[in-house]
Design a protein around this ligand. Structure first.
Ligand code: SF4
Length: 186
């Protein structure tokens, strides 16, 4: 007897080019782009959103990306900022080693640590995120993510490392997701 395994290939794996544009990770504001670039980004984001909305792994992917692993980029119909907003609403912070490869995409070398990003920000307070990323040899979105984490810890001390927190349910995450403008995006 031959056993068959039903393997689901999610759209992000079958059409990765839709997800690779770094502007989807932490989208720039409208004023930072020309009309043509804004239109192109809007279409790309709508396309990624449609792919995720039809993905059979959406709920699991969203829950993991919000609660378990601080992944980079667009995932489960959400940007990094969207997922950070959900975490703020839930009062959680991902306890993730800065040495893990997830959420710390880096060009060359190993993953850059939270401490390294904060030290660079302290040493070069007037640098843009792009300049800091060049100093650290990592992506701009990685720098933004670490700076955002520092801001969140300042705003919400219960999310600081070592603070006690409950693990949210899938329903709680979905409720927060439903409140996002991006949940209705496509
Ligand atoms: S929901 Fe998650 S697994 Fe599915 S396509 Fe989107 S990012 Fe990939």
């Amino acid at each position: 007897m031959t056993a068959t395994v039903d393997v689901v290939t999610p759209p992000c794996a079958s059409v990765p080019e839709v997800y690779l544009d770094e502007r989807l990770h932490t989208p720039p504001s409208r004023t930072e782009l020309s009309a043509a670039d804004w239109e192109s980004l809007t279409l790309k984001r709508a396309s990624a959103h449609r792919q995720c909305a039809g993905c059979p792994l959406l709920v699991t992917c969203l829950y993991r990306a919000v609660v378990e692993v601080d992944v980079s980029g667009f995932a489960a119909c959400t940007t990094e900022d969207d997922r950070a907003a959900i975490r703020r609403q839930l009062g959680i912070e991902i306890q993730q080693s800065s040495a893990t490869p997830y959420g710390a995409a880096r060009v060359g070398g190993g993953p850059v640590s939270h401490e390294a990003v904060m030290a660079a920000r302290h040493a070069f307070p007037k640098d843009t995120c792009h300049q800091l990323a060049e100093r650290l040899d990592c992506s701009t979105s990685t720098v933004k993510r670490h700076l955002r984490r520092a801001r969140e810890q300042k705003l919400n001390p219960t999310s600081a490392p070592g603070a006690t927190r409950a693990i949210p349910s899938v329903d709680a995450v979905l409720d927060c997701f439903d409140q996002l403008e991006s949940s209705r995006f496509a």
